[in-house]
Design a protein around this ligand. Structure first.
Ligand SMILES: NC(=O)c1ccc[n+]([C@@H]2O[C@H](COP(=O)([O-])OP(=O)(O)OC[C@H]3O[C@@H](n4cnc5c(N)ncnc54)[C@H](OP(=O)(O)O)[C@@H]3O)[C@@H](O)[C@H]2O)c1
Length: 432
């Protein structure tokens, strides 16, 4: 006899549909290999009249969250409504009613993971969120099971499919940022309002979760220095191609000298690095552990079925623990220690593209001011000058040796004060 596990699902959007569909597709296989017959018995649907494009018995729908959150028959609540509230409140209430929770919600976990983990522990239930980071890639489960013996020194993720698609299209087909964005929107890889993706906020939420899981450090998304891809232009793409780099929006964190650093920004990644070849809407996570060494996970970071696969993996994991009655984590997955404190971005090599007036002495002033700020130059490239608004101007690209971003920005302000820069058009980290 198969053990029946009853789940209630909040939301029937993209991931809700994908989760339901993946369960229907693989129900037999799941039951064969686990001994559980997982049933999604109730679904919160605030617009039952909407055609959801999937065949679900109408009687499963309820417009009232309490029908699920307080139902004594339900073992697991799957939260797929998204957003911080009311999702956090619903997850908290479900756990207070003795239900374990599975969610794909990075925004809610990044904002309220500490509180939700505490509620899970207090109520001896489980909180799982594999799908919240890198969609279908089982990175969190791998880090907390097969890789648990490692101490990790660094993690770099391509964690946002929208921005990776845009950057890939710009690099491969010479599209402008605007063209690549509307192409991504037409193909369903970007939302009508793409701000959270293109400004790096979505990746910062995911990095915040990874930092808490890998380094045990409290780094809220607001504390993570974050720069999106909106300033990346075709001049940057040309430089990258000519110089052996790919431009990727990386969410990176590392531990060194007893501190944890991290940030999200477009980075020049050498083409020889495995992350450089991760194209279009795909995601990847590259980690370095002190036993396993370098390891890269690659796959679909979004989409109904890939994300549904991760959600169901968590549901099965929770069901297994419930079966053994080891229903709560002795050690919570997420840790939020304040020692060491999160140290923001550390030092790095940087790429700076600026526009200067085409006149003698400009380069001398710039290099002198950089020198006064302790910043040394690795390469300088001046591009052909041209006429703009009645003035001859020239783009210049600098790569500077390792420095802190704050110091670099200070030096650029001082250079602006000398009146020798028309604009600083882009700054990107250079991965070594
Ligand atoms: N899309 C992906 O590929 C992906 C990948 C990884 C993680 N995620 C995460 O998965 C979650 C769901 O994403 P999604 O793409 O499935 O979103 P979605 O397509 O917008 O679906 C959200 C669903 O929740 C419902 N909903 C929203 N607020 C509600 C409320 N207050 N009360 C009741 N129902 C509510 C919506 O109802 P209506 O349809 O009636 O408006 C819709 O059915 C998010 O946390 C997202 O970050 C998504």
């Amino acid at each position: 006899m198969k053990k029946i596990i009853k789940a209630g699902m909040l939301g029937i959007g993209n991931v809700g549909r994908g989760t339901y569909q993946a369960l229907e597709m693989n129900r037999h296989k799941i039951a064969e290999s686990t001994g559980f017959d997982i049933e999604i018995v109730k679904i919160l649907n605030r617009h039952p009249e909407k055609n959801r494009g999937i065949d679900i018995p109408k009687e499963k729908y309820t417009p009232d969250p309490d029908d699920i959150l307080t139902d004594p028959e339900i073992d697991i609540v799957i939260e797929l409504i998204g957003g911080i509230e009311p999702a956090t409140e619903y997850m908290a209430r479900a756990m207070q009613h003795g239900k374990s929770v599975v969610t794909a919600n990075k925004a809610a976990i990044a904002a309220n993971g500490k509180k939700l983990s505490r509620i899970a522990q207090e109520n001896h239930v489980l909180l799982r969120f594999e799908a919240a980071v890198a969609g279908g890639i089982p990175i969190l489960t791998s880090l907390t099971t097969a890789l648990l013996s490692n101490r990790f020194s660094e993690v770099h993720g391509i964690l946002n499919g929208t921005t990776n698609y845009i950057l890939t299209q710009m690099a491969q087909y010479g599209k402008s940022y605007e063209e690549a964005l509307s192409d991504a929107q037409a193909k369903g890889f970007a939302e009508a309002d793409p701000t959270a993706d293109v400004e790096g906020l979505d990746a910062a939420n995911k990095l915040s979760i990874l930092i808490s899981l890998i380094f045990g450090v409290d780094a809220s998304p607001e504390a993570i220095p974050t720069q999106g891809i909106t300033k990346v232009g075709s001049a940057d793409m040309v430089f990258a191609k000519e110089s052996g780099y790919a431009i990727k929006l990386l969410a990176s964190a590392r531990e060194s000298d007893g501190k944890v650093y991290g940030n999200v920004e477009p980075v020049l990644v050498p083409v020889s690095h495995p992350l450089a070849s991760v194209g279009n809407e795909y995601n990847a996570v590259f980690v370095t552990g002190n036993a396993v060494d370098d390891l890269m996970f690659y796959g679909r970071g979004a989409g109904p079925l890939p994300t549904g696969s991760a959600v169901l993996g968590d549901v099965i994991g929770v069901a297994r623990k419930l079966e053994k009655d080891s229903a709560y984590d002795i050690v919570p997955q997420l840790r939020y220690d304040s020692d060491p404190p999160f140290a923001g971005e550390g030092e790095s090599k940087y790429y700076i593209r600026m526009m200067v007036p085409d006149r003698p002495g400009v380069l001398g002033v710039i290099t002198t001011v950089f020198g006064q700020h302790g910043i040394s130059m690795e390469t300088i490239q001046q591009k052909a000058p041209y006429e703009e608004d009645g003035e001859r101007v020239a783009p210049i690209i600098f790569i500077v040796f390792k420095t802190g971003k704050a110091r670099l920005l200070e030096a650029l302000e001082a250079i602006k004060g000398e009146g020798v820069i028309k604009s600083v058009d882009n700054i990107m980290r250079v991965e070594e």
